[in-house]
Design a protein around this ligand. Structure first.
Ligand code: SAH
Ligand code: SF4
Ligand code: F3S
Length: 453
């Protein structure tokens, strides 16, 4: 979930002012960039594939770890150089904008700073910048209501097959290491009717898969005209669009209910994959992280998922070297990984974020070399487990939704199975956006090498 994304589409209309968009951080940020593009298209802008051709640059930033922010400071230097030769308005939005506020505005390459709940204000901020009162502009107000529910995002993906729908914003948990509640504000759920409408629009535009997004989808709750919880939302979406595949993330171990698991099992079009971040295998660490579950609770949730859906893939997030983590705590993480045998994991070294509970109360006392050693050990173990899990898929048949052409070989396509595993296979007349049945012939730790049948 926490990958770097850079979504660029070619210039759609050269006669209109160009906007260049760069997106960092999670899928929610990608979807936010799509909301921003929709708002700017209404103002006459057209998406542009390079900053040299653009008059406006939007940098949608992430603050989750220090290295995410360092990368943005590096990009700002590039913009500073470019502005010596080319007129370009630079607008920093997203989580780092929200966290650093005026500090970012002071940078010579920055004209506008806007936080995740201020995107509707962007056109006004851009106009003000060049007006009589002029000067740099900032809007970092967080909101308890904003969900951009009425905006149809302009999709930035290239394949036209799979799209994101944000079903909620913000987060009400206070995991002690995490900056998200400070950068995205409190949790709010979006009107389920607008979610269903957006899914319908995507289907009408040929999309085959939707990804429902939230920091903690299990706490989705709409109560205005009727009560709709996450299980109900899943059921309604699966029934309204039986031809669409439905995925979602992120699930929280403390909140994922039996009802959600049973709902997943009841519908073929709900994909059999759960991203369930564990963070650590040590109950002592989980307590310090304020995750509100312990190792036993997590393992019980895994048992429940496997009891109801034996073929469901499970992936996770792990943090190495959180405050006071001992060699024994680290071993507990490794042993939990062996016990659960995750199909994949995003693995990170702990990075202290200013203002969080951990930064205020605990000492970041695991030496950097130890963090790196532990992370490397976690990565090595996960690679081995992913490979072993994938080897078990050899000989199996699965239905994949074709997403694109293989990077290595243009005669090959790739697609995802319901369990989110990526299959690569000779195209054999198949096209992007179609379903294909494949048989797995071989694998790496990341890919299932297959043939169509
Ligand atoms: N809402 C999701 C994840 C959001 S952030 C959840 O609760 O699981 C994505 C991942 O980044 C987290 O799961 C965590 O593993 C990692 N992360 C968050 N803060 C971090 C920090 N300060 N240092 C290192 N990793 C962090
Ligand atoms: Fe951060 Fe925890 Fe919220 Fe996830 S649930 S976004 S880790 S505070
Ligand atoms: Fe996402 Fe990064 Fe913000 S992970 S929620 S963009 S801090």
């Amino acid at each position: 979930m926490d990958k770097d994304f850079k979504s660029i589409r070619p210039v759609t209309d050269a006669s209109r002012p160009g906007v260049y968009i760069e997106t960092y951080g999670c899928q929610m940020n990608v979807n936010d960039s799509e909301v921003i593009l929709s708002l700017l298209e209404d103002e006459g802008y057209a998406l542009c594939d390079s900053m040299e051709k653009a008059s406006l640059a939007i940098i949608n930033t992430c603050a989750i770890r220090d290295n995410a922010e360092q990368r943005i400071w590096g990009r700002l230097e590039v913009f500073r150089q470019l502005r010596k030769k080319h007129r370009l308005t630079v607008c920093i939005v997203g989580c780092m904008a929200e966290r650093l506020k005026e500090e970012l505005l002071e940078h010579p390459a920055v004209d506008i700073v806007a936080g995740p709940d201020s995107y509707r204000a962007l056109p006004g901020l851009i106009k003000k910048l060049s007006s009589a009162e002029g000067g740099k502009q900032i809007d970092v107000m967080l909101s308890n209501e904003e969900t951009y529910a009425d905006i149809s995002p302009v999709r930035l993906d290239k394949n036209g097959v799979s799209a994101y729908i944000s079903i909620m914003r913000g987060c009400n948990n206070v995991c002690s290491y995490c900056v998200v509640p400070y950068t995205r504000g409190s949790e709010r759920s979006r009107d389920y009717r607008t979610i269903l409408r957006e899914a319908g629009e995507l289907q009408a535009n040929g999309y085959k898969e939707i990804n429902l997004l939230g920091q903690n989808v299990d706490s989705y709750l709409w109560t205005e005209d009727r009560r709709v919880d996450f299980a109900a939302l899943l059921r309604m979406t699966a029934e309204a669009y039986p031809g669409m595949r439905i995925r979602f993330s992120t699930s929280h171990p403390k909140d994922i209910s039996d009802e959600v698991i049973r709902t997943m099992a009841s519908y073929d079009n709900i994909c059999k994959h759960i991203h369930l971040p564990v963070q650590s295998g040590s109950s002592r660490m989980l307590e310090l992280m304020r995750r509100k579950y312990d190792r036993e609770w997590y393992l019980e949730r895994i048992r429940k998922i496997r009891e109801i859906m034996p073929d469901c893939a499970i992936t996770t997030d792990i943090i190495a070297g959180f405050c006071t983590e001992t060699a024994e705590d680290h071993l507990q993480t490794l042993s939990l990984m062996e016990e659960v045998r995750f199909d994949g994991a995003f693995m990170f070294q702990y990075s202290e974020r200013p203002g969080t509970l951990a930064a205020r109360r605990y000492k970041d006392d695991v030496p950097p070399e130890t963090k790196t050693e532990r992370l490397n050990e976690i990565i090595r173990l996960q690679n081995r487990i992913s490979l072993e899990n994938n080897m078990k898929e050899i000989g199996r048949r699965m239905v994949v939704l074709i997403e694109g052409t293989s990077k290595r070989n243009k005669d090959e396509l790739f697609g995802r199975a319901s369990n989110n595993k990526v299959c690569v296979f000779p195209s054999n007349g198949h096209k992007i956006g179609e379903y294909a049945e494949v048989e797995v012939l071989d694998c790496t730790s990341a890919t299932l090498i297959s043939k169509t049948i």
